[in-house]
Design a protein around this ligand. Structure first.
Ligand code: UD1
Ligand code: CA
Length: 475
């Protein structure tokens, strides 16, 4: 817990340079909005107050953040534009007797690390400064405010690109838009900030020169990692920041024992969770809260969104969302797993197979060219090539239930609702409209005929016959 600290996150701007219907701070990198990264980092400081200043599309911004950051308080900025006004409305919303430090963060500076912030706060407190700002030296400082120092190297003021003279614009030390202020001084000097500048805004940066004019101590901490101060104003910078974040995440997992064959084409979201001895092959996207167990091999050319992959499973050239893949199971190539797919241990979903809301039991296989939707499938089942569940009658979705050890012939159509008892079989091309009893063979070349006891008689000694007689004797 950082004592006596309030954090203000600025997220009220439109982000004109994004040219977007979506507010800039909600554009995602690493599976999380820009401002979400800032909030995640801020939360780790355990401050007494976290305020997010909103205005542009405020409902959208609030809705996107309340669930994941229940501790954040949203403050509405009024008609007065500028970062100074944003901080002013936020500080006015703090308890009037709050006299600790105020950490100001920008919703569009997503790569900051908590260690940098801790160093900034510690330095500020040790120096007993009225304000401490985070700066960075950039080869190309275009677009940022420049830090202007006097001959002795003391920070004098910050000048925005649009207000800078040619000499000032040539300065390569930039203001990261991240500051710690002592609350009482911040209140006092913010009230003296005007709007007399190129953008007609109340600049927060004006507080710095006002403090200096009053002989107050202003310190600057130079960031050692320039990427961490990266501010996102347009979509070129959005992609660059996304790349930097991804590099960090990939390296983190490599150090945890994950083999990533090609970091340049592997994208892993911040929320994903991998394990030692996982191997990720090229061109693979591990998105949202996907979890991968030890020994699994994923890729190439695979996208997993909110999936669970079990130990030693193999998932090749697959697109899967909200699916659970059991230990030792194999999926792909060219499989499409939609939400609600649960593949049991050692099961298989093979080439050109689509699944949805389908529970596929342990060791069961859907190897080729199938659609399996709204189905419950037992253990040791094998669906013949191009077996299809016809789950939709134009009005309602219906379920297909398949017992243990069922084998379907190629090109079987299971017209739901329908149930196949344990050990049952279907002939090639069967259109199954009626339930098939355990151990029966269903054919529909002519009207469907169920040959009772067929499996027990003709396939005696197989798992199917055993399962059939188990079910038959239970009845
Ligand atoms: C700001 C700084 C600049 C610094 C840069 C670092 C000022 C005047 N300039 O410039 O010195 O180098 O950040 O990235 O502070 N916002 C509000 N309310 C507003 C305006 C902006 O909440 O009225 C928010 C925005 O949503 C954004 C942040 O403040 O998250 C920064 O605003 P932006 O307009 O991007 O400032 P810059 O021009 O980048
Ligand atoms: Ca900015």
């Amino acid at each position: 817990m950082t004592a006596n600290l309030a954090i203000i996150i600025l997220a009220a701007g439109q982000g004109t340079r994004m040219k977007s219907r979506i507010p800039k701070v909600l554009h995602p990198i690493g599976g999380r909005p820009l401002v979400g990264h800032v909030l995640t980092t801020a939360a780790r400081l355990e401050a007494q107050h976290i305020e997010v200043v909103v205005r542009h599309e405020r409902d959208q911004v609030v809705a996107a953040l309340t669930k994941d950051y229940p501790g954040a308080v949203f403050i509405d900025q009024d008609d007065v534009p500028g970062t100074g006004r944003a901080v002013q409305v936020a500080i006015d919303a703090l308890p009037a007797d709050f006299d600790g430090d105020v950490l100001v963060l920008s919703g569009d500076v997503p790569l900051l690390e908590v260690e940098t912030l801790r160093r900034l706060i510690d330095g500020h407190r040790t120096a007993a400064a009225a304000a401490t700002l985070l700066s960075a030296r950039l080869e190309d400082p275009t677009g940022y405010g420049r830090v202007i120092r006097d001959a002795a190297g003391t920070v004098q003021r910050i000048v925005e690109q649009k207000d800078a003279s040619a000499d000032e614009a040539a300065v390569t030390e930039i203001n990261a838009g991240v500051y710690v202020f002592r609350a009482p001084e911040l209140r006092t000097y913010l009230s003296r900030v005007g709007q007399d500048n190129a953008q007609g805004e109340m600049y927060l940066t004006t507080v710095i020169e006002l403090l200096r004019g009053a002989e107050q101590t202003v310190a600057a901490e130079l960031a050692d990692d320039t990427a961490s101060t990266f501010g996102i104003n347009d979509r070129v910078q959005l992609a660059e920041a996304g790349r930097v974040l991804n590099d960090r995440i990939v390296r983190r997992w490599q150090r945890e024992g994950v083999t990533v064959i090609d970091p340049a084409t592997t994208w892993i979201d911040d929320d994903a969770n991998l394990s030692p001895d996982v191997t990720i092959l090229p061109n693979t996207h591990i998105l949202r809260a996907t979890v991968i167990a030890p020994g699994a091999i994923v890729g190439p050319d695979t996208t997993l969104v909110d999936c669970e992959v079990g130990e030693n499973a193999i998932v090749r050239r697959t697109d899967a969302t909200l699916a659970v893949i059991g230990a030792g199971a194999t999926v792909g190539p060219f499989s499409f797993l939609r939400p609600g797919t649960v593949l049991g241990a050692n099961g298989k979903i093979g080439a050109y197979v689509e699944t949805k809301n389908a529970e596929i039991g342990e060791g069961s296989k859907v190897p080729h060219l199938s659609y399996v939707g709204d189905a419950t499938i037992g253990r040791g089942v094998n669906l013949g090539a191009s077996t299809i569940t016809a789950n939709y009658d134009d009005v309602n979705k219906h379920r297909t239930e398949i017992g243990d050890e069922v084998h379907t012939g190629s090109h079987t159509v299971l017209v739901a609702p329908v149930r196949l008892g344990a050990g049952a079989k279907t002939a090639a091309g069967a259109v199954v409209r009626k339930d098939v009893p355990a151990g029966a063979l269903a054919m529909s070349v002519a009207p469907q005929r169920n040959i009772e006891g067929w499996v027990e008689k003709n396939r005696a000694g197989t798992g199917a016959a055993d399962a059939a007689s188990r079910e038959n004797s239970a009845e």
